[in-house]
Design a protein around this ligand. Structure first.
Ligand code: ZN
Length: 415
């Protein structure tokens, strides 16, 4: 199973927008953009919403059947580890092995010695096509990288082999993710992480490093876009080198997590991919839920009532809802309208504050992030919320479709 060059992760918290999401993919394909969909959902999301991995498979299969889609598609067990992977194995064919927690945990001394022995000869200067500066690599650096990352890669190997035993070699796509770690990985670190992944026998097709800057949920990139561009280029170049050097899968590519809405870096991603002929996996999450809220608010009546209720309840549960996402949101509480103020808005006013249109004076990124993490409130509404999604489906679907196609697929993968 070989993942295509361009793929997009389309999270769908409540599992009702698979068709609208697939419409965006099929329109893009008709425009000549060869991107394939990957429906992803993490253990955390399943737990909060009360769904199971099989529900994502059912949603994807149903959307594909309804649209008579003949292309490839995948179901991603997102951010899984050994403790929760079993529930995902049958329904998934794409596995994001999350080993960020193991980074920094010292490896067994004999593993470390073997690692330093295997790669010690790289000490010195190394020129890689596409990396502007010649890499200066010391033996100490190789040992330090082993101490920091080797245990994490070994853990990825354990999860990988566990899945392989059930599904069989080559029958699934593997991603190794280190994005939820503290510090961005340098090109030299990336090089030896990939060496260790190859040595561990993991057929990784995507790797998700941590990039510089903040990838906050549902809002634009915050950080030094120039530095991001350099890092992204270096990572792409190091991957191309490592594929040949260590015998990794030829289609190995970067995966950008929390990749939705990062409008200010899409241009540099697109240009770098074109320059290197490289692919990318862009993982979006949560923006489809916000489009549902936009559709509901514009529908008025009960739809707008639900959107306002979600916000009112969320404000009262600020710490509980924001706590788990503290590292990936930046909410200015002084900019959050109080519940009565938002309660007085009409649908277009609510939608304008929420919609990610930076040219719109009403757009409020704090309001948007607050609602991004408030999907638990909607999940708890249960039937009332799901019935509204059904009743207002025709008002919601165009927002879901346009958001993916116009704000994400075309800017990243378009010509
Ligand atoms: Zn992630």
């Amino acid at each position: 199973m070989i993942l295509e060059k361009y793929s997009i992760g389309i999270g769908d918290r409540f599992g009702r927008q698979g068709g609208a999401q697939l419409d965006a993919i099929m329109r893009a394909q008709a425009e000549g953009i060869a991107v394939v969909p990957v429906w992803n959902k993490s253990h955390r999301e399943h737990t909060i919403i009360g769904t199971r991995p099989g529900d994502v498979r059912a949603e994807a299969d149903a959307a594909v059947a309804a649209r008579r889609y003949a292309g490839r598609y995948y179901v991603d067990a997102d951010h899984i580890n050994l403790s929760n992977v079993d529930a995902f194995i049958e329904a998934s064919d794409f596995f994001t092995l999350d080993v960020a927690e193991t980074i920094g945990r010292g490896p067994a001394e004999e593993d470390l010695r073997a690692f330093v022995h295997a790669y010690g000869d790289y000490a010195g200067r190394l020129a890689i096509d596409g990396v502007d500066q010649v890499l200066e690599i010391s033996k100490e650096a190789i040992e330090r990288i082993g101490r920091t990352f080797l245990a994490a890669v070994k853990e990825a190997g354990r999860i990988y082999r566990h899945i392989e035993e059930v599904k069989g070699r080559g029958n699934f796509v593997t991603e190794v993710s280190m994005d939820e770690s503290y510090a961005p990985q340098t090109p030299v670190e990336m090089l030896f992480i990939l060496a260790a992944i190859a040595a561990e026998g993991i057929l990784a097709q995507t790797i998700a490093p941590k990039f510089t800057g903040r990838f906050n949920k549902g809002v634009d990139y915050v950080g030094d876009a120039g530095q991001f561009e350099r890092e992204f280029r270096e990572d792409v170049a190091v991957i191309a080198f490592a594929v040949e050097e260590f015998g990794l899968p030829q289609n190995l590519k970067l995966s950008v997590h929390s990749g939705s809405d990062k409008f200010s870096i899409y241009g540099s991603i697109r240009e770098t991919l074109a320059e290197f002929g490289a692919g990318v996996h862009l993982k979006t999450a949560g923006t489809t839920w916000l489009e549902e809220l936009i559709g509901l608010s514009l529908a008025g009546d009960e739809g707008l009532g639900i959107a306002k209720d979600v916000y009112r309840q969320a404000l009262g549960r600020y710490d509980e809802l924001c706590g788990p996402y503290a590292t990936v949101i930046d909410i200015d509480r002084g900019r959050l309208p109080d519940a009565d103020a938002a309660g007085g808005w009409d649908g277009p006013a609510f939608a304008a504050a929420l919609r990610h249109d930076q040219s719109c004076a009403q757009y409020n990124p704090s309001f948007r992030q607050m609602l991004h993490v408030s999907y638990k409130v909607a999940a708890e509404m249960g039937g009332r919320f799901y019935e509204a999604l059904e009743r207002y489906e025709t008002q919601i679907a165009p927002h879901v479709m346009e958001n993916l196609l116009e704000r994400h697929i075309r800017p990243v993968f378009g010509g």
